[in-house]
Design a protein around this ligand. Structure first.
Ligand SMILES: *Cc1c(COP(=O)(O)O)cnc(C)c1O
Length: 383
């Protein structure tokens, strides 16, 4: 196995765990370049929150920096600090709200702050002045998501206040879509209209506008008119589409595979039951293998009785409830040996298992499958 390891507790030499995530950096780079080709001269902010959607925050950030991403997006302060400590110099926007005493850390690590109110903006101004530094801010406009952001119909005061800041650079102004990945774009179009009306403030007052941005993956795929100055692709960067109904106007490929190895083979006798609660019973003698991963790794327990895996290019069902650290696979009359590769997500020959399938089995969305792959699973990077 070539590649490099990103795991909090182990180094490349001692990756003994058979369960691992493989990230193909070439595929990630190709996805990035395809998005860039489509969005023309607009800047691009790959979104790397939640451990880069499970792909490993630091390594993905390094790749994006090498590819000259204009900005990086993360969700929480700590993700930004980690990237700075690892030597990432690309501008970073923390997309979440701020609270408590976080502002000095933003300023110290040169992380851009999301500001949603005049009060917060004043606080930032004060801290920057005290530290004798400049703070960078992106204003957040709520156009219909109702999470953070000043309501579009109350935004003017914030925009006005932002013009008077002495120690704050207003770098950007942004909003977020609630349904840009839907087949019905009615509400997304209303949100875009509200946003454009809000930022028309700058033209009206003949002042230069900060960077305008609103497009997530859904909008990049379906609403070219929302490209504006910068786009914020998350899930599609990793080669996964944001919904089942979204149009595939840009072709991206999954960069992540999840693999393990057979560690035990046995015959389960007719009438025997497998795993906690004895929920699965063999109706005849079957061959079965045990694979060392479970919900403690993010292989969700809610996929029990539905999940399938690939061994030697063939699909087999996981039987019994998924436990914390182990699963059992029914291979019927086939044979398998210790050390045979087991694919949880990925392809083998003509067969493949996708993140979308796992999401379906678990009754959730691909985002949740990817971001739940625990840090206990080592990430291996393939060039
Ligand atoms: C997560 C997020 C994105 C990226 O969303 P995708 O659907 O993964 O493309 C963009 N902008 C903001 C504010 C986000 O929180």
């Amino acid at each position: 196995m070539s590649g490099e390891i990103n795991h909090p507790t182990i180094s490349e030499e001692d990756v003994l765990r058979p369960t691992r995530v493989e990230v193909d950096l070439k595929v990630l780079a190709e996805n990035f370049l395809k998005i860039k080709a489509r969005t023309g001269t607009a800047m691009i902010m790959p979104v790397l929150k939640a451990n880069a959607y499970g792909h490993g925050l630091v390594r993905v950030a390094k790749l994006m920096q090498e590819l000259h991403a204009d900005y990086l997006g993360v969700a929480v302060l700590e993700e930004g600090i980690l990237l700075r400590r690892q030597g990432i110099t690309t501008p970073i926007l923390v997309l979440g709200g701020i609270w408590g005493n976080q502002i000095p850390h933003f300023v110290k690590y040169d992380l851009s702050i999301t500001a949603s109110s005049v009060g917060k903006l004043n606080q930032i101004e004060e801290v920057a002045q005290q530290m004798n530094r400049r703070a960078r801010v992106h204003l957040k406009i709520d156009t219909g998501m109702e999470r953070i952001g000043v309501h579009y119909y109350n935004a003017e005061k914030l925009l006005e206040a932002s013009l008077n800041c002495k120690h704050v650079d207003i770098i950007g102004i942004y909003s977020h879509f609630a349904s840009s990945d839907s087949s019905d774009l009615t509400f997304a179009k209303i949100q875009l209209e509200r946003y454009l009306e809000t930022v028309s403030f700058y033209d009206k007052h003949s002042v230069p506008s900060p960077i305008k941005h609103i497009a997530n993956s859904g909008a990049i795929l379906q609403m070219p008119e929302a490209t504006l100055d910068l786009v914020r692709p998350g899930i599609m960067l990793y080669g996964v589409y944001p919904s089942q109904e979204v149009k595939h106007t840009i072709e991206v490929k999954p960069a992540l595979s999840w693999k393990s190895l057979v560690v035990y083979f046995k015959i389960i006798k007719e009438g025997s039951t497998v795993s906690y609660g004895m929920k699965w019973q063999a109706t005849h003698d079957v061959h079965a293998v045990t694979v060392p991963l479970g919900y403690g790794d993010g292989y969700l327990r809610s996929m029990s009785h539905k999940a399938e895996v690939l061994i030697r290019g063939k699909r087999y069902p996981v039987v019994g409830v998924i436990s914390m650290d182990q699963i059992v696979v029914n291979i019927e009359n086939d044979s398998a040996y210790n050390g045979d590769e087991v694919i949880l997500i990925g392809s083998d020959g003509n067969s493949s298992i996708t993140v979308e399938e796992l999401a379906e089995w678990a009754g959730t969305i691909p985002y949740e499958i990817l971001t739940n792959i625990n840090t206990r699973v080592p990430r291996v990077y393939i060039d």
